[in-house]
Ligand binder design. Structure first.
Ligand SMILES: [Cu+2]
Length: 115
Protein backbone atom coordinates (compact mmCIF):
# COMPACT_ATOMS: atom_id res chain seq x y z
CA UNK A 1 0.00 0.00 0.00
CA UNK A 2 1.26 3.47 -0.89
CA UNK A 3 -0.02 7.03 -0.71
CA UNK A 4 -3.05 6.21 1.42
CA UNK A 5 -5.31 8.85 2.91
CA UNK A 6 -8.97 9.53 3.71
CA UNK A 7 -11.10 12.65 3.56
CA UNK A 8 -12.23 14.68 6.56
CA UNK A 9 -15.96 14.01 7.17
CA UNK A 10 -18.70 14.25 9.78
CA UNK A 11 -20.11 11.38 11.78
CA UNK A 12 -22.89 9.61 9.87
CA UNK A 13 -21.71 11.00 6.55
CA UNK A 14 -19.68 9.32 3.84
CA UNK A 15 -15.99 9.71 3.16
CA UNK A 16 -13.55 8.56 0.54
CA UNK A 17 -10.31 6.70 1.12
CA UNK A 18 -7.56 6.53 -1.46
CA UNK A 19 -4.49 4.36 -1.80
CA UNK A 20 -2.30 2.50 -4.26
CA UNK A 21 -2.30 -1.27 -4.17
CA UNK A 22 0.78 -3.03 -5.52
CA UNK A 23 0.71 -6.68 -6.59
CA UNK A 24 4.26 -8.06 -6.42
CA UNK A 25 3.07 -11.58 -7.27
CA UNK A 26 3.32 -13.25 -10.67
CA UNK A 27 -0.44 -13.85 -10.85
CA UNK A 28 -3.29 -11.35 -10.90
CA UNK A 29 -5.41 -10.96 -7.80
CA UNK A 30 -8.72 -9.19 -7.20
CA UNK A 31 -9.96 -7.06 -4.34
CA UNK A 32 -13.23 -8.74 -3.35
CA UNK A 33 -14.09 -6.73 -0.28
CA UNK A 34 -13.00 -4.13 2.24
CA UNK A 35 -13.98 -3.84 5.88
CA UNK A 36 -13.38 -1.19 8.49
CA UNK A 37 -14.49 -0.41 12.02
CA UNK A 38 -15.07 3.28 11.27
CA UNK A 39 -18.06 2.86 8.91
CA UNK A 40 -21.03 0.55 8.42
CA UNK A 41 -19.77 -0.29 4.92
CA UNK A 42 -16.68 0.18 2.78
CA UNK A 43 -17.22 -0.22 -0.96
CA UNK A 44 -14.89 0.06 -3.93
CA UNK A 45 -16.36 2.65 -6.30
CA UNK A 46 -15.33 4.04 -9.63
CA UNK A 47 -16.14 7.63 -10.56
CA UNK A 48 -17.25 8.00 -14.17
CA UNK A 49 -18.29 10.95 -16.32
CA UNK A 50 -21.31 10.45 -18.53
CA UNK A 51 -23.05 13.25 -20.46
CA UNK A 52 -21.35 15.78 -18.23
CA UNK A 53 -22.66 14.11 -15.08
CA UNK A 54 -20.45 12.45 -12.50
CA UNK A 55 -21.54 8.99 -11.40
CA UNK A 56 -20.13 6.45 -9.01
CA UNK A 57 -20.35 2.76 -9.85
CA UNK A 58 -19.53 -0.07 -7.43
CA UNK A 59 -16.65 -2.31 -8.47
CA UNK A 60 -17.21 -5.74 -6.96
CA UNK A 61 -14.00 -7.35 -8.22
CA UNK A 62 -11.12 -5.01 -8.82
CA UNK A 63 -8.29 -6.81 -10.61
CA UNK A 64 -4.68 -5.96 -9.82
CA UNK A 65 -2.54 -7.41 -12.62
CA UNK A 66 0.54 -9.49 -11.90
CA UNK A 67 3.32 -7.07 -11.05
CA UNK A 68 0.88 -4.20 -11.44
CA UNK A 69 -0.49 -1.33 -9.42
CA UNK A 70 -4.02 -0.02 -8.99
CA UNK A 71 -4.29 3.61 -7.97
CA UNK A 72 -7.29 4.85 -6.05
CA UNK A 73 -7.36 8.63 -6.26
CA UNK A 74 -9.92 11.44 -6.32
CA UNK A 75 -11.92 11.39 -9.58
CA UNK A 76 -11.32 7.68 -10.13
CA UNK A 77 -11.35 4.55 -8.05
CA UNK A 78 -11.90 5.04 -4.33
CA UNK A 79 -13.02 3.31 -1.19
CA UNK A 80 -16.39 4.75 -0.19
CA UNK A 81 -16.83 4.77 3.56
CA UNK A 82 -20.59 4.72 4.09
CA UNK A 83 -22.20 5.59 7.40
CA UNK A 84 -19.27 6.81 9.45
CA UNK A 85 -19.55 5.73 13.07
CA UNK A 86 -17.66 8.85 14.13
CA UNK A 87 -16.32 11.95 12.48
CA UNK A 88 -12.96 11.90 10.69
CA UNK A 89 -10.70 14.81 11.55
CA UNK A 90 -7.23 15.72 10.33
CA UNK A 91 -4.74 13.59 12.22
CA UNK A 92 -7.13 10.65 12.69
CA UNK A 93 -6.35 7.35 11.05
CA UNK A 94 -8.61 4.87 9.30
CA UNK A 95 -7.89 1.13 9.43
CA UNK A 96 -8.92 -0.83 6.35
CA UNK A 97 -8.89 -4.59 5.94
CA UNK A 98 -8.62 -5.49 2.27
CA UNK A 99 -9.76 -8.96 1.22
CA UNK A 100 -8.34 -10.57 -1.92
CA UNK A 101 -9.57 -13.33 -4.22
CA UNK A 102 -6.72 -15.64 -3.16
CA UNK A 103 -8.13 -15.65 0.41
CA UNK A 104 -5.39 -13.36 1.72
CA UNK A 105 -6.08 -10.04 3.39
CA UNK A 106 -4.02 -7.08 4.44
CA UNK A 107 -4.66 -4.46 7.07
CA UNK A 108 -3.61 -0.91 6.28
CA UNK A 109 -4.03 2.32 8.20
CA UNK A 110 -4.45 5.54 6.25
CA UNK A 111 -4.24 9.06 7.70
CA UNK A 112 -7.07 11.58 7.48
CA UNK A 113 -6.29 14.92 5.91
CA UNK A 114 -7.48 17.49 3.39
CA UNK A 115 -6.98 16.67 -0.31
CU1 LIG B 1 -18.05 6.50 -4.05
Amino acid sequence: MRNGWARIADSGATSGAYLELVNRDTVAVSVIGISTEVATAAEVHETMQHDGMVHMMPRTALVIPAGGTVSMAPGGLHVMLVGLRHGLSAGDSVPLRIHFSDSTQIRVVVPVHTP
